[in-house]
Design a protein around this ligand. Structure first.
Ligand code: V47
Ligand code: SF4
Length: 390
């Protein structure tokens, strides 16, 4: 079956020589160059990219699609920065809907998941001038004292950069303080687009691309894993996307510390870039596919389902995606405020399992580091559940 597919692609007479060469490289497990990445974006049709990305996906992860059981804590939406794409920060248009959680309020949120089989808390928010390293290391310590087995995936490199500068500690010193408190890994946010010109246009006052990369490299050196993201579909071009992935690929060669790559589609509701049209679903799928093909040293590509919606999440699994994030319980506002598909994102485990198996994939519940928590391949979904049309 696979051999047939490879043969069909390679012998397609309508395919240009450069795309054919790239296809040969992929099927021979060879790395493609920066220029070839750009060619894929510029010339690769959806079905061609899908075939290549699915090949890579299946030799890396077989038929599995991963998810985890997590919840989000967003300590504040007050932010000292002024990213133009942000619909979340209270500072934009002097929104009234600001919040700042105390340590007690954060703990109340964590405790509300007591007895529920979640494995991860994802803590990320705005950059509040008064929520400092001391505050957050205390919060993490309390969370771990309350529930030691809960994996704490916390703080984008943007939040960390500000925290460490304000606390007058080096990246390494600051990271050690948080790791000592119990921080287990870093989420991938804040990467946006590393290209300095585009970064200046869309988020001029937060940490640079090199600073983002340095924070992740330091985390990896200290034995902490992390994720990586890209914010695509705004004013960047294809070369910027490939250059962004190239920097991640180089760092991954050096450290091996990235768990997964998460492409984030720019949403235009209620922010200073609302004049820019959002890209369509075909472009989302093409972008997942090129990411899967280019990042040959990343084990996983994640589609964040609240952002793209359930239907695209199903489709994405044929375009390189092998992870759909988690069963988040309507605990994040970052995307709903930017106009994401899912305004009240919540999927029970059964719903996520069904969504994955209806796409012809095997649902696997994982922990943050991709250890298998539960393999659903041998389970039959209940008739009543399917009949309810969930
Ligand atoms: O860095 C902000 C993005 C990110 C918009 O690591 C927007 O598992 C689209 O990184 N349109 C933060 N995107 C969230 C994040 C994340 C999410 C889920 C899982 C993980 C993980 C990380 O959200 C920001 C920014 O790139 N963002 N505004 C917007 N209007
Ligand atoms: Fe602040 Fe993050 Fe919004 Fe930028 S994207 S303004 S850093 S909350």
């Amino acid at each position: 079956m696979l051999t047939n597919t490879i043969h069909e692609v390679i012998s397609d007479r309508t395919l240009s020589a450069d795309l054919k060469n790239i296809a040969r490289k992929i099927f021979n497990h060879q790395r493609i160059s920066f220029d070839e990445g750009v060619v894929l974006f510029e010339k690769g049709e959806l079905s061609f990219l899908g075939t290549l990305a699915n090949y890579v996906r299946e030799y890396k992860n077989g038929n599995k699609t991963f998810f985890n059981r997590n919840f989000h804590v967003e300590p504040t939406n007050v932010c000292v920065f002024t990213c133009k794409f942000c619909s979340y920060s209270m500072t934009y248009k002097n929104r009234e809907e600001g919040w700042e959680l105390s340590e007690q309020q954060i703990m109340d949120q964590v405790k509300s998941f007591d007895g529920k089989p979640v494995t991860e808390v994802h803590i990320v928010g705005g950059v509040h001038p008064k929520m400092n390293l001391h505050f957050f290391s205390g919060v993490i310590r309390k969370i771990k004292a309350h529930r030691p087995s809960l994996h704490v995936k916390a703080f984008t490199a943007v939040e960390l950069d500000y925290m460490f500068r304000k606390g007058k500690v080096s990246v390494e010193e600051g990271m050690k303080i948080l790791v000592d408190a119990g921080m287990n890994s870093l989420p991938g946010g804040g990467a946006e687009i590393f290209d300095e010109k585009i970064r200046k246009e869309i988020c001029h006052d937060k940490c640079s691309g090199d600073e983002w990369l340095n924070i992740h490299e330091t985390a990896h050196r200290l034995g902490i894993h992390s994720n990586a993201t890209i914010l695509y579909g705004h004013i960047e071009n294809y070369s910027h996307r490939v250059a962004h992935m190239e920097k991640l690929r180089q760092l991954q060669d050096k450290t091996g510390g990235f768990n997964t790559f998460i492409p984030l589609k720019f949403r235009n509701k209620d922010n200073e870039m609302a004049n820019i049209n959002e890209v369509n679903v075909t472009e989302d799928l093409r972008n997942y596919a090129v990411s899967r093909i280019y990042l040959d040293n990343f084990n996983h590509i994640k589609a964040y389902w609240p952002m793209i919606g359930r239907n695209t999440a199903q489709l994405s699994q044929s375009f390189g995606v092998d992870d759909l994030d988690g069963t988040i319980d309507d605990t994040t506002k970052i995307y709903s405020m930017a106009g994401a598909e899912e305004q009240k994102p919540a999927l029970s485990t059964e719903e996520l399992v069904l969504l994955i198996s209806q796409s012809g994939r095997t649902p696997i519940e994982r922990d943050t580091l991709y250890n298998v928590v539960h393999d659903y391949s041998k389970e039959k979904l209940t008739e009543s559940f399917s009949a309810n049309g969930h």
